[in-house]
Write a protein that binds this ligand. Structure first.
Ligand SMILES: NC(=O)c1ccc[n+]([C@@H]2O[C@H](COP(=O)([O-])OP(=O)(O)OC[C@H]3O[C@@H](n4cnc5c(N)ncnc54)[C@H](O)[C@@H]3O)[C@@H](O)[C@H]2O)c1
Length: 286
């Protein structure tokens, strides 16, 4: 007996995430996929891939799972438009916790709302093929974990949404079930405020080193190798830092890191960062 086909909609299908997840979801035979996009250029890009576009209102009324792949700044407004038209029992899936955390997601008692964010392939992952090595973002060849949270609704519908998440971010390893608040601590605080920020400091440091007259290739070789060894020592304890290195680390912390930097984990800082990311006029007040 064939399984009943699930109607899955991607709203914002021409965007960065929309295009990525569409590429994975079209491979799933059990899904009737509907793509919605409002930018004329992105519509052309979707059609150029040989894919068909669907009308927003009809799509929303017939879909079992609706993925909002629109910018976080408009998720509140788009959910206000979409959620009242959804069929009872359907699942709304968002790809970032910001709007849910800020209380901007329009909700309804008889739908289930799920947030799922990709972790991206781990720096400590095992990548065997060229394709896996090249897939830094994930969703193509390299396995990545996913974090998922239920914002509201029924557990069986959450499970159906989770299955779509496994397919749209494939190949997926572990799926970590957490709360929306915990996801907000991961993204933006851990992932963006800290980790992405430090990534940009690495790039600026490389530029400064080259300005000092060090040949660029030598600087890159030292930086890339030391990123790997610093992460493996600090996060995996593969071997200790040398005594001299510990002296240098203390100098770096004193010169670069503010003594109270862990305030970025305070709730009011999280509220401020998310409020700024969403361009909110009123502060978030939890
Ligand atoms: N870009 C990333 O690396 C990344 C990673 C993880 C999660 N996310 C999340 O994915 C979501 C989408 O982000 P993105 O970076 O792909 O955004 P994007 O700006 O690249 O794409 C958004 C798309 O939505 C379309 N759109 C906007 N309003 C629409 C509407 N009313 N109807 C139909 N289409 C509409 C836009 O035309 C655009 O094509 C966000 O929640 C974001 O936080 C993004």
């Amino acid at each position: 007996m064939s399984k009943e086909r699930l109607t899955v909609a991607v709203i914002g299908a021409g965007g960065k995430m929309g295009a990525r997840i569409t590429d994975n979801l079209i491979k799933v035979e059990d899904y009737e996929l509907r793509l919605v996009e409002n930018s004329p250029q992105k519509k052309k890009d979707i059609e150029a891939k040989g894919l068909e576009l669907s009308d927003m209102s009809i799509t929303v009324e017939v879909s079992d799972v609706i993925i909002l792949a629109v910018p976080d700044t408009v998720i509140g407004k788009v959910s206000e438009q979409v959620v009242p038209q959804m069929k009872s029992g359907a699942v709304l899936l968002t790809l970032d916790p910001a709007a849910a955390y800020a209380g901007l997601l329009y909700d309804r008692e008889d739908i289930t709302s799920v947030v799922a964010h990709p972790c991206h392939p781990s720096v400590f992952g095992k990548y065997l093929t060229e394709e896996e090595h090249a897939d830094f973002f994930g969703g193509v060849a390299a396995e990545q974990d996913v974090v998922i949270a239920k914002y509201s609704g029924a557990e069986d519908k959450f499970n159906a949404g989770q299955e779509v998440v496994r397919n749209m971010y494939a190949p997926v390893g572990a799926i970590h079930r957490i709360t929306v608040k915990q996801m907000a601590i991961l993204e933006p605080t851990l992932a963006e405020v800290i980790t992405c920020m430090i990534g940009t400091v690495f790039k600026e440091s490389l530029d400064e080193t080259v300005k000092k007259g060090v040949p660029e290739e030598a600087a890159k070789a030292m930086l890339y190798g030391h990123i790997q060894i610093a992460l493996s020592v600090a996060l995996k304890g593969t071997n200790p830092f040398s005594d001299a290195c510990m002296v240098a680390i203390d100098h770096g912390k004193e010169a670069i890191i503010k003594p109270d930097w862990k305030r970025v984990f305070d709730d009011e800082v999280l509220d401020k960062v998310i409020g700024d990311m969403l361009h909110l006029k009123e502060p978030i007040n939890h």
